[in-house]
Design a protein around this ligand. Structure first.
Ligand code: CR1
Length: 809
């Protein structure tokens, strides 16, 4: 899209005036941001409309990505960039005496997700549009996003995230496309006068689902896909029944707030309501849209792919069956064939506590018709599986087990494809978590290693690096990430290495300024910036990181004159509000930070920064400044990780266990260009199987480790209540579930290697360059191309009606 600066200034002024009826000079930052956002939205609305129309006109296959979470981040810059308007806008604003960066900060960052799973969904939206694949998101428009995290005296406190308090310029309320979703009541089947079985309902709770559409803008290709988020409202013709506030509660609560638990299942009724609400509205709207194609229903799988992002939307399967059976009057066999061919499922975690299992009684009462259908799916599954595979396998894979509905089983049985999110993770699914299903349906299983969008995570968040790459390898890598490998050719080029080091230092200086501004901590930009940013969870082992910091601190205290390579440890992490242990770890890290940062013996040798309220916008500031990427989960536990990919793409060296996608990082960049430590996943399995792990023995036999652990409880860290004891206890007395002590020694050694290498700036920067140049395979564009080819059978479709050349690798 090309627009002159002059034209932009004129249109922007007009936009502002039409909204606020005074001159932009008098506008507040927020008003100016609103006007700019709407200006950009106006620019893309033509393509949005045309993309939609072309898809229908050409009867293309469309993908619908169902996810309870999306974490899009701020959209102004990314949209303007993808449209090709960013430079003009920045220039125009400057001429008007305004700063783009300042206006951008006024945009709310919609925290409609917990972490990796939601952010992945948004990276996928960006890649779908950028590849010109007809793909839409389907989710919930939570009124309150993930809580805002504050630290009070080092403790996490949760505040409501009222992101819609400000106007959301990107969304369009689409009253034309509302649906009705029914809960509870009584259901029965009755023969009607034509002899058809008809489903009858009484006393149901009827909820109006109102879609809010948000444009998903492709990179310089005129494609704009759709993200549809549903909001629950009282049906207009039932308003008279809702005259008290209490009466409206059961409806309003459905889309009020995102569940703040990452990788943990909470069997609450409201969550089940949310899941069904999103699923039912989504499926209804898809099938309504399909009618525009004027094709027989049996062709649905040729034109529609529905993706189930973790088990949360797995009710898609019975809901689709319900509509095809009850409303379209297909036979069971016809309906099942269509449903099965349409749906595919991604598993994102092996944590047992995250696998959803709904009590049958709850499901029966809230979703009586859906439960009847699940029962029938289960009955038919058992009927066909039992004679071939026998009792054991059949009962282990059944959907209904011991009073619960096993959602992963429902998802696998009702989907033609099941995938994990990194090589190791998919292997673990096949050999452990879903091994019985792998025996039944080996052909369904496949791996799709996660990816990230370089547009947001490199081009926009790291303009210095982007410019350098442009200069060295040309701009092709922006459309064709594989071109990045050309950058490897500069690993020995002195001038490039020097420039790369300068860019990193500038990014670090910027982050250092920000740290001082928001945390009041002065850090040396020349120190190693060592970053661990992700949800707080015992398996991710932030406490291993903490123990190593404590260990270093004690070393410095013991010998203050020793020559240490200065290090700044940076954390960003939210803990689920009910996850006490995770919150205790936060408190200990914060107290340790206060001790270390204020100890004159320590000075610049060691600093600890724990950012409040980690989220997408903060990640964009931290990642370009990172030297070390901490990916230290217990091997086998982290399905993939995606911060590892973002950090690598920005030149951080990975310090990691061989877990999740760290293994692919090693495959691409080579072991010698990262720091690997700890047990392998195989060793973890063996150690668990042997059952003879003895944490106390390690504690007692390793002097330095013992000293470190004792410092948790002996008053070394002021300000702790019983948090230090709690962690000590879990590690030493409760046998250290995540093998922190077992991996400690090898972790410390890996850190020593980091220090050694950092002393050699040239060598460090060379490795950093190789990491950047090897990060292309993690482009979500490739990941999405594989989903589209292997699972969805969806083709690239550009606005002009020609397909874009497939990406090579
Ligand atoms: C995994 O823990 C992965 C993301 C995205 C998370 C993380 O390793 O990168 O998914 N899983 O695939 C999750 O949130 C509910 O499960």
């Amino acid at each position: 899209m090309s627009i002159t600066t002059k034209q932009f200034i004129k249109d922007f002024k007009a936009q502002f005036q039409s909204m606020y009826a005074y001159s932009y000079e008098e506008g507040s930052t927020e008003q100016l941001y609103n006007a700019l956002g709407l200006y950009v939205k106006n620019q893309l609305s033509g393509n949005w409309k045309e993309t939609r129309e072309k898809y229908v006109k050409n009867s293309v296959k469309q993908v619908f990505y169902f996810s309870m979470e999306f974490l899009p981040g701020r959209q102004l810059e990314s949209n303007a960039y993808n449209l090709g308007l960013l430079d003009t806008i920045k220039k125009g604003l400057k001429e008007m005496g305004l700063s783009f960066d300042e206006l951008e900060e006024a945009e709310a960052d919609p925290a409609l997700g917990n972490g990796g799973l939601g952010r992945l969904a948004s990276c996928f939206m960006d890649s779908l549009a950028s590849l010109g694949i007809p793909g839409n998101g389907n989710g919930i428009r939570y009124q309150y996003g993930l809580f805002r995290q504050k630290f009070v005296d080092g403790y996490q406190v949760e505040l409501p995230e009222n992101w819609l308090r400000h106007r959301n310029v990107w969304e369009t309320r689409n009253d034309k496309s509302t649906c009705m979703v029914r809960f509870g009541g009584n259901v029965w089947l009755e023969k009607n006068h034509l002899g058809f079985m008809e489903t009858k309902y009484e006393n149901t709770l009827n909820v109006l689902a109102v879609p809010y559409d948000t444009p998903m803008v492709g990179y310089r290709n005129d494609v704009v896909n759709n993200l549809r988020l549903w909001s629950a409202e009282i049906p207009v013709d039932e308003e008279e029944n809702y005259h008290t506030l209490e009466a409206t509660e059961p409806i309003k609560e459905i889309t009020q707030v995102l569940y703040p638990d990452d990788s943990n299942y909470e069997g609450r009724l409201l969550r089940l309501k949310q899941e069904y609400f999103m699923v039912s509205a989504g499926v209804q709207s898809i099938l309504r849209h399909y009618r525009k194609y004027n094709l027989p229903r049996k062709n649905i799988p040729d034109k529609v792919a529905i993706h189930i992002n973790d088990t949360h939307p797995a009710l898609v399967i019975p809901e689709m069956m319900r509509i095809l059976l009850d409303e379209e009057h297909l036979s069971w066999e016809q309906a099942w064939e269509i449903t099965f061919k349409t749906c595919s499922y991604t598993n994102h975690t092996i944590l047992r506590e995250a696998l959803e299992k709904w009590p049958i009684d709850m499901m029966k009462e809230l979703l009586p018709r859906i439960y009847m259908i699940i029962e029938e799916i289960n009955r038919r599954f058992v009927e066909t599986t039992l004679p071939i595979y026998g009792e054991r396998l059949t009962w282990q894979t059944a959907i209904l087990q011991n009073g619960v509905v096993n959602m992963a089983h429902l998802a696998v049985i009702g989907s033609h494809s099941v995938n994990g999110v990194a090589k190791l993770h998919t292997e673990i699914l096949m050999n452990d978590v879903l091994k019985d299903f792998f025996q039944l349906y080996p052909e369904r299983f496949n791996n799709k290693t996660n990816g990230i969008t370089q547009r947001r995570w490199v081009h926009l968040s790291n303009p210095g690096l982007t410019k350098l790459i442009d200069k060295k390898v040309g701009e092709d890598w922006k459309k064709k990430p594989s071109e990045l490998k050309v950058f490897k050719g500069f690993e020995k080029d002195k001038q490039t290495l020097q420039k790369l080091a300068e860019i990193k230092l500038e990014n670090k200086q910027r982050l250092a300024d920000y740290i001082e501004e928001v945390q009041g901590i002065k850090v040396d930009p020349k120190a190693i910036f060592d970053v661990q940013i992700k949800r707080l969870h015992a398996y991710k082992r932030q406490h291993l990181n903490m123990l190593h910091i404590l260990y270093r601190y004690l070393e410095i205290k013991e010998n203050p004159s020793v020559d240490f390579v200065p290090r700044v440890f940076i954390f960003g992490a939210k803990a689920a509000p009910s996850y006490i242990y995770a919150k205790q770890i936060i408190k200990v890290i914060n107290s340790l930070a206060r001790l270390v940062n204020n100890d004159p013996d320590v000075g610049d040798k060691l600093k600890v920064v724990f950012f409040e309220n980690y989220g997408v916008s903060l990640a964009e500031k931290i990642i370009p400044a990172a030297d070390i990427s901490e990916q230290i989960s217990l091997a086998s536990m982290e399905a993939s990780g995606t911060s590892n990919m973002k950090l690598m793409a920005n030149g951080a060296l990975t310090l990691a266990t061989l877990d999740g996608a760290n293994i692919e990082i090693k495959d691409f960049v080579g072991e010698e260009n990262m720091f690997i430590f700890g047990l392998s996943s195989k060793e973890v399995y063996e150690l668990k199987a042997a059952g003879n792990y003895n944490a106390r023995e390690i504690y007692e036999s390793d002097d330095k480790l013992r000293r470190t652990l004792d410092a948790l409880t002996n008053g070394t860290i002021p300000g702790l209540q019983d948090e230090g004891y709690a962690i000590f206890d879990s590690l030493v007395n409760y046998n250290d579930e995540y093998f922190v002590l077992k991996d400690f020694d090898s972790y410390v050694k890996a850190h020593k290697k980091v220090d050694e290498l950092y002393k050699n700036e040239k060598e460090w920067t060379r490795k950093s360059l190789l990491n950047i140049a090897s990060s292309a395979p993690f482009s979500a564009d490739y990941t999405i191309k594989r989903y589209a080819d292997d699972i969805w059978k969806a083709k690239q479709f550009s606005k002009q009606g020609r397909s874009v050349k497939p990406l090579d690798e």
